[in-house]
Design a protein around this ligand. Structure first.
Ligand SMILES: Nc1ncnc2c1ncn2[C@@H]1O[C@H](COP(=O)(O)OP(=O)(O)O)[C@@H](O)[C@H]1O
Ligand SMILES: [Mg+2]
Length: 331
């Protein structure tokens, strides 16, 4: 059989370039070279070459994080070039990239989110009112972006402005969010129509980290990742169901990973990653491994999903969140 020509996209120009490159290197190593011809492209320098090679490319693996790349821009280019890819399309990528817009869609689908307030550059921001409504501590984060860049925990009113400045250095829209003390978990999902929720991963950053920050995320040994999470079965089921509901609510395709916090026995959704990390310490590969899939098998599955023809699912989705039929509550 002819080998599939795979375009591997990693690197890029966002603040998460280094992580993307690390993930890309790991993906390159793990792809079975007997089955795939792998061609590598870094969008920082190679977009013209990608366009020139488009006719030979069967499928793309997009391992880009942050803006631009995870936000629908590369997906738009691949659509124009008629190259199928393993991740969410233009619209879903753009929605999921923005944590504020994502919340609107989560709320429509009755997915619980922490209390929040939006802060837009150029508009008056009433710090006292926000603190009054959300309480202290609270979290300030840029609406777009990832890897905890530009994020701070505000523990007293006099820290509010500095946190805002740091978040505004990443984005024009910033979110203030109620701080949730509790157990942090993440739920991976695979699929286009028929969805498979992977085992839930529990995230325990070492004490030195105030939260799951950049160093805790990417320095081996700085965080304990426990899969399956040490939570009771019914909570794990709810978390898996919420991860699938979030995948549907944001129009995700291929794979996603939804970050959540369990606080006072209740699960709150923080965000959905449409291109989850693929480095050696990343969480989606760990969840897949717990489900019995090696890293290489996970890549095979993602390529299969990228090449799956669009069509109607054979059976109705378990949780219907899109046509506003409320069949099932998640809490
Ligand atoms: N509302 C919150 N309460 C407590 N911790 C939070 C909250 N929001 C974010 N965090 C912490 O910050 C980390 C990153 O937040 P997240 O919203 O997942 O953004 P991203 O991973 O895209 O940077 C989380 O994994 C968690 O440790
Ligand atoms: Mg996150």
């Amino acid at each position: 059989m002819r080998k599939l020509n795979v375009a591997l996209l990693s690197g890029g120009t966002s603040g998460e370039r280094e992580i993307s490159s690390k993930g890309g290197d790991r993906v390159y190593e793990a792809l079975d070279k007997a089955v795939y011809n792998v061609m590598c492209y870094d969008p920082r320098t190679d977009l013209a070459r990608l366009a020139a090679d488009a006719r030979q490319i069967d499928v793309a693996l997009v391992i880009l994080h942050g803006v631009p790349g995870e936000d629908g821009t590369i997906q738009g280019m691949l659509d124009l070039l008629e190259i199928p890819y393993q991740c969410t399309g233009v619209m879903g990528s753009a929605i999921a990239m923005n944590k504020l817009v994502s919340k609107f869609f989560y709320e429509k689908a009755e997915i619980p989110v922490p209390k929040y307030a939006s802060c837009i550059r150029g508009q008056y921001i009433d710090a006292g009112a926000i603190i009054g409504r959300l309480g202290l501590p609270l979290v300030i984060k840029p609406a777009s972006g990832g890897s905890s860049l530009g994020m701070s925990i505000v523990r007293s009113a006099d820290e509010f402005n500095a946190a805002l400045v740091s978040a505004f250095s990443c984005d024009d829209t910033v979110i203030s969010e109620q701080y949730l003390q509790g157990t942090e978990i993440t739920g991976g999902v695979l699929g286009n129509h028929e969805l498979e929720a992977l085992p839930i991963v529990e995230i325990v950053p070492k004490d030195a980290h105030e939260f799951f920050d950049y160093r805790a995320k990417y320095t081996p040994g700085e965080t304990e990742e426990i899969c399956p999470a040490r939570i009771d079965d019914s909570l794990a089921q709810t978390a898996r169901s919420l991860a699938k509901a979030a995948h549907r609510a944001l129009f995700c395709k291929g794979c996603s990973r939804t970050d959540m916090i369990i606080s006072n026995g209740r699960i709150h959704v923080l965000e959905t990653n449409t291109i989850p990390g693929m480095t050696p310490v990343s969480l989606l590969p760990l969840a897949a491994q717990t489900a019995g899939m090696t890293y290489s098998q996970l890549l095979d599955r993602l390529i299969e999903l990228a090449l799956e023809k669009p069509g109607f699912p054979e059976k109705p989705a378990e949780e219907i969140t899109h046509c506003f039929v409320r069949e099932k509550k998640h809490t």
